[in-house]
Design a protein around this ligand. Structure first.
Ligand code: TXA
Ligand code: MG
Length: 338
């Protein structure tokens, strides 16, 4: 199969919507990362997503909508909290898990009776969903285990020959995937951190019991039952071993000086942190910059042939928790106190 890359013109988005309606897959931009979409109601179409990504069948897909009417079709019940959060955060980078309707096949929900729903804000994504008239199931458009793509070139790298079309909407605004939450009674649990933080959710729902699942910032046992199946899989891994160094900037530099060698690279906040003779990539010093660049930087390390990467550890306030959560997985949970 040849994979075509399309400019996001109205005509091309229409063409992509026709592909979705005919049971094909299409990669498209969202404000978080690129998604690989198919008709969420069509089990055969959704199977093509799993095949193109090499994704384990028990890892459920997020279903994307472009209006609140679509929500009714895919859920069997919408908690009151979901409406209040939707009012504030939709369209945007928040995914809410709700009981699924019969119409959503188990292939889409990874065998679960729930469905993760997201209303993206990216205009190309919204138009694609609207023109196809269907809810679109879409995981990130990377091969399973690779860093999520934040531009069309990276989608092409992983998906060339496996899908018919990619809509090129430029670089993604946020660069990290949506916040995923579970709702149950007065409890809201953050299963995957993102731009919408637990604090922001608490502000909208002051009476709710909002917490962050412990699997967000630590490794869970291999046989543990996790709330979000995606948590147990190795993620975002570049070929290099990534090691997060926790400590002051001086302690970081001292450690790297003592441990540098062939294939060793640094992931730094800023050029001024660099160490003579040790190659590096900077990913910025604000959380927003780090979020936007992380997945791109992880792929660049592969291209440069890095064997080991020492990463400066991001602190975890605001969207920093999302950055930490992703790099922790890229590092296979190796964190050293220095
Ligand atoms: O920003 C995003 O969310 C992007 C864009 C394309 O929208 N999508 C995305 O999808 O990141 P994916 O499949 O790469 O990650 C979805 C995560 C997985 O960890 C999955 O296990 C979890 O959400 N998830 C989805 N549906 C779920 C459900 N019903 N119950 C528990 N976890 C669910
Ligand atoms: Mg993903």
């Amino acid at each position: 199969m040849t994979t075509k890359i399309y400019e996001p013109t109205e005509e091309n988005i229409k063409r992509a919507a026709e592909l979705i309606k005919s049971g094909e897959t299409v990669a498209f931009p969202t404000e978080t990362v690129y998604g690989l979409g198919a008709n969420a109601y069509d089990a055969e179409a959704v199977k093509k997503i799993f095949a193109a990504k090499g994704r384990p069948a028990d890892n459920p897909l997020i279903v994307h909508i472009s209006d609140m009417e679509m929500l009714k079709g895919i859920t069997s019940e919408v908690p009151e909290y979901a409406f209040r959060l939707a009012d504030k955060f939709w369209p945007g980078p928040l995914t809410m898990i709700m009981p699924k309707s019969q119409k959503i096949p188990h292939v889409t929900s990874g065998g679960l009776d729930t469905v993760g729903v997201r209303f993206p804000s990216n205009p190309v994504a919204k138009e694609l969903i609207r023109l196809s008239g269907l809810p679109i199931a879409a995981p990130s458009a990377n091969s399973s285990g690779r860093p999520s793509p934040t531009n069309a070139g990276r989608v092409y790298e992983d998906m060339s020959g496996k899908i018919p079309a990619i809509i090129d909407g430029g670089e993604c605004d946020i660069g990290l995937e949506s916040t995923v939450i579970a709702l149950s009674g007065n409890k809201v649990t953050v299963l995957r951190p993102g731009k919408v933080t637990a604090e922001m959710i608490s502000e909208v729902l002051p009476e709710a019991d909002v917490s962050v699942d412990e699997a967000v910032s630590k490794e869970v046992a291999k046989d543990a039952v996790v709330a979000s199946p995606g948590m147990k899989y190795k993620h975002y891994a570049p070929k290099a071993d990534v090691i997060i160094l926790k400590g002051s900037r001086e302690a970081y530099r001292e450690y790297v000086r003592r441990h540098c060698g062939d294939g060793v690279f640094c992931l730094l906040y800023d050029e001024s942190d660099s160490i003579d003779g040790v190659p590096y990539i900077c990913w910025g010093s604000t959380h927003e910059e780090q979020a936007k660049k992380l997945f791109e930087v992880l792929r660049e390390f592969d291209e440069k042939g890095a064997k080991r990467v020492y990463a400066m550890c991001p602190d975890t306030d605001g969207i920093g928790l999302a950055v930490y959560n992703r790099i922790l997985r890229a590092a296979g949970f190796s964190v050293l106190e220095v």
